[in-house]
Design a protein. Structure first.
Lengths: 490, 321
């Protein structure tokens, strides 16, 4: 009898423990965030630790190489596996992710959230437009911008001998290029061979006028599209037909292939962004084409590697380069959408983004991008912020967003661009032939005429570039962080 | 224990003759064999045959994973028609064949030469064998990224070395005329040791008597190679040729890490093209049809070569017996 009672009591205790364990396991929420491996993820892990401590929600960060991120997410989303609660996408993939139903619309979550935590209006409007908005709804929040600008060796540009020689040769003063023809002139001018002089000193090895990323990597289309957009050409026309074989677009590709590429180091045809940074740091190039402003900290290291070198930034010629960011959205398959959103709001929120910026990241928040005191304290990592703000403000004011960003097949077209632009750059085909293939590929991806879902930009929207006030930009000192800090009274 | 103490086993008397009941076997040889290969067959079924059957099914349907239709209705031979008409697919097939022919040929020649060298050296043979295994042990993707920098026109070690001997620097991966050759060189570096090791194993297993007889007859080294060594090594070399060819036509990692298929489409081999079609554009139907066509060609080639190989092996075995 005693034994039976003990047995029953034991069973009851075990059942209670099992129930408690079950409850505990039920309460423990894990959010799986798939994102890009690298610097961003290292920072995000720190942020996640703080969030976990405050909320008790587990954050599991799955870092995937950027080359495989797109298909990994699409496959899981199509199969409705619920493997990921948070998805990471490039601005060019936003339309596809939102339209295909991979992302949850967040408007209700944002409305219910603490405005101080989410601070949605603080996100730079241009980045909100290209990364968050789709058909008037919010589908994600940007957390890291790679918006393009322009880098140059201002020590060479301000050298009296070089300035005089340039003006004598081209008939206008050497300075920040205001269009791509000027950039081509500068590229040609600064090409030096051993024995010639540069900045008053004899060069011992080849020096190149420009660094470009013409390899078959994503960056080649960022460069070529920037030229096209700044000149009013479009990948996809307003009527949804391919624009890449139009005369204006062919002229943009021609300028890239025949006026910039010849003055770049031979490695240009296999280069991506990391090699441009290396070329600048090794003192091989005078300027970049449109280049990612978030690389400022790496570029600025040139100043410690090359004696007398100074690195300055400006908007790329015509300004309308690739304005974009990595966005994070809640997967529509998520089993814990509220918790996933809470973490997203934390990640993209003011507090975490400030830490990100101090750690060397390029934030999307205006309050941080314009924090004079913070920038003055961190000139080597935030020296590009004034230029970035100029680019973002101009984009928002112009309300200029390329049609391609509003096409649901954007992610696939992005991949096609890399192939055909690289083919044209390498001379494997003529520019006309490569762009005709690109046009065919766009039609194939869209199944005919592409739908451009940009109605939310307003009825008066027309994708026409707006002139940028370079004189005001130069007067602001934004091109040189030391000058800018001085003008702020710092 | 001396051999005298062991029971003689030359001609054991029949069990029945000893008056004992015949011992029943628990498993017959056939059942035992089937059991042994069952786990491997299950794995092959799961990881090869079921996906293959799925691919065959999809190749006759419309299947765009990112379309609302997903995997949809049967479309007959439409995807095969598309594959046959797709010039980019056939260009990538030609590039793949170009790669495979040159890479495997160089690897075979170099690999066999290295095997002869290793066979002849008297000391440090073990160390040499261990060292040449190193490229095989490395991940092609990871090493490919390192090679990308070694090939770099401005910072790469190859240009540094050739400039030291007065040769013009090259744009290894950016020049359309050189890019495929650079990928081949990388593959040769990684896979020649494989050929060398297999050929070395073959060399070491050759019987000594025919060579000693040839030496006594005063045969030249070349004659020995032509009439003895290579004919006797042929089965091994055929096998390694087949293995390397199959592997070479599946080239992917090296292209991704070195060139991304570029410049332009110069190094876009068939696996890379199919990857783009299937996993970037999610046209599983067209990618499956192309994959099956390519698989069919590979199987036919392998079958033809292996049939000859098996026939020769059978003849040899019969001759030995």
């Amino acid at each position: 009898m005693k034994l039976n009672r003990l047995l029953v009591a034991g069973v009851l205790v075990l059942a209670l423990l099992a129930t408690l364990g079950g409850v505990s396991a039920q309460e423990q929420v894990t959010i799986n965030w798939v994102t890009i491996s690298g610097f961003y993820t290292d920072w995000a892990e720190q942020v996640a630790t703080q969030f976990e401590a405050e909320t008790g929600i587990d954050i599991n960060i799955l870092d995937v190489d950027i080359g495989q991120l797109y298909e990994t997410q699409v496959l899981e989303s199509v199969a409705d596996t619920g493997a990921y609660d948070l998805l990471t996408y490039d601005a060019g993939q936003k339309a596809e992710f939102a339209e295909s139903g991979y992302l949850l619309q967040l408007d209700e979550y944002i409305a219910a959230a603490d405005p101080a935590v989410i601070a949605f209006e603080d996100i730079a409007p241009a980045l909100r437009e290209v990364t968050s908005m789709w058909r008037g709804g919010v589908y994600g929040l940007p957390y890291y911008t790679f918006t393009m600008g322009y880098f140059y060796r201002c020590d060479l540009f301000e050298n009296a001998d070089e300035m005089a020689a340039f003006e004598a040769a081209y008939g206008y003063p050497l300075g920040i290029p205001r269009d791509y023809n000027q950039m081509a002139d500068i590229a040609e001018f600064f090409r030096r061979t051993p024995g010639q002089t540069l900045g008053g000193q004899e060069v011992t090895s080849d020096f190149y006028g420009i660094g470009v990323m013409a390899g078959r990597f994503d960056q080649v289309q960022d460069e070529i599209n920037s030229i096209a957009w700044s000149q009013g050409a479009q990948v996809i026309n307003d009527d949804g037909t391919p624009g890449v074989d139009d005369p204006e677009f062919l002229a943009a590709v021609d300028l890239y292939v025949n006026q910039l590429l010849p003055f770049a180091p031979p490695g240009a045809l296999s280069s991506s962004f990391d090699q441009i940074v290396a070329q600048m740091q090794q003192g091989l190039i005078a300027q970049t084409a449109a280049f990612f402003l978030d690389q400022y900290a790496n570029m600025a290291r040139t100043e410690t590697m090359i004696e007398g070198a100074r690195i300055c930034t400006a908007p790329a010629p015509g300004v309308h380069s690739w304005v974009g960011a990595f966005g994070v959205g809640v997967s529509s398959d998520s089993r814990h959408p509220q918790e996933a959103f809470d973490f997203l709001a934390w990640l993209a929120g003011p507090e975490a983004q400030r830490q990100f910026a101090i750690g060397g990241g390029t934030t999307c928040r205006e309050s941080i991008l314009t924090d004079t005191e913070l920038i003055s304290q961190n000139p080597t990592t935030m020296g590009h912020y004034p230029t970035l703000v100029a680019v973002l403000n101009h984009t928002a004011e112009a309300n200029f967003y390329p049609n391609y960003l509003f096409v649901p097949q954007g992610g696939k077209i992005y991949d096609e661009m890399t192939t055909w632009y690289s083919t044209a750059a390498a001379g494997e085909m003529s520019i006309e032939e490569a762009m005709a293939n690109m046009a065919t590929a766009i039609e194939r991806q869209c199944g005919g005429v592409c739908e451009i879902a940009n109605e939310a930009l307003g009825e008066d929207y027309t994708p026409v570039p707006m002139a940028f006030d370079y004189d005001a930009f130069i007067a602001s000192g934004a091109f040189d962080i030391d000058v800018w800090i001085g003008l702020q009274g710092g | 224990m001396s051999s005298e103490s062991l029971p003689l086993a030359d001609s054991p008397p029949p069990v029945a003759a000893l008056g004992a009941a015949p011992k029943r076997r628990v498993l017959s040889d056939t059942v035992y064999s089937v059991l042994l290969i069952t786990p491997a067959m299950i794995l092959i079924l799961i990881f090869a045959l079921i996906p293959l059957a799925y691919a065959i099914n999809v190749s006759f349907r419309f299947a765009d994973l990112t379309s609302p239709r997903g995997v949809a209705e049967f479309v007959g031979l439409e995807n095969y028609h598309f594959a046959l008409r797709d010039t980019f697919f056939w260009s990538s097939v030609l590039r793949t064949l170009n790669f495979a022919v040159f890479a495997v040929a160089i690897e075979m020649v170099l690999g066999v030469a290295i095997a002869f060298l290793l066979h002849d050296i008297k000391w440090l043979k073990g160390l040499a064998r261990s060292l040449i295994i190193l490229p095989l042990a490395a991940s092609p993707f990871a090493v490919g990224l390192i090679w990308r920098y070694m090939y770099h026109p401005e910072f790469g070690v190859f240009n540094y070395l050739i400039s030291r001997i007065g040769l013009p620097e090259q744009n290894w991966l950016g020049n359309s005329d050189l890019a495929m050759a650079s990928v081949i060189a990388f593959d040769v570096w990684q896979w020649t040791p494989f050929v060398a090791l297999i050929a070395l194993a073959g060399l070491q297993s050759l019987p000594k008597e025919p060579f000693e007889a040839a030496q006594l007859d005063g045969a030249s080294r070349w004659r020995v190679l032509r009439t003895l060594t290579f004919p006797m090594l042929r089965p091994v070399l055929t096998l390694v040729l087949v293995l390397r060819t199959i592997d070479a036509v599946r080239l992917y990692d090296a292209v991704v890490s070195l060139t991304g298929g570029g410049p332009g489409t110069t190094t876009e081999v068939v696996t890379f093209y199919l990857y783009r079609l299937g996993l970037r554009f999610f046209r599983l139907d067209q990618a499956s049809a192309m994959s099956l066509l390519f698989l069919y060609a590979t199987v036919v080639f392998t079958g033809l070569v292996l049939r000859r190989f098996m026939r020769e092996m059978g003849e040899r075995t019969r001759a030995k017996n």
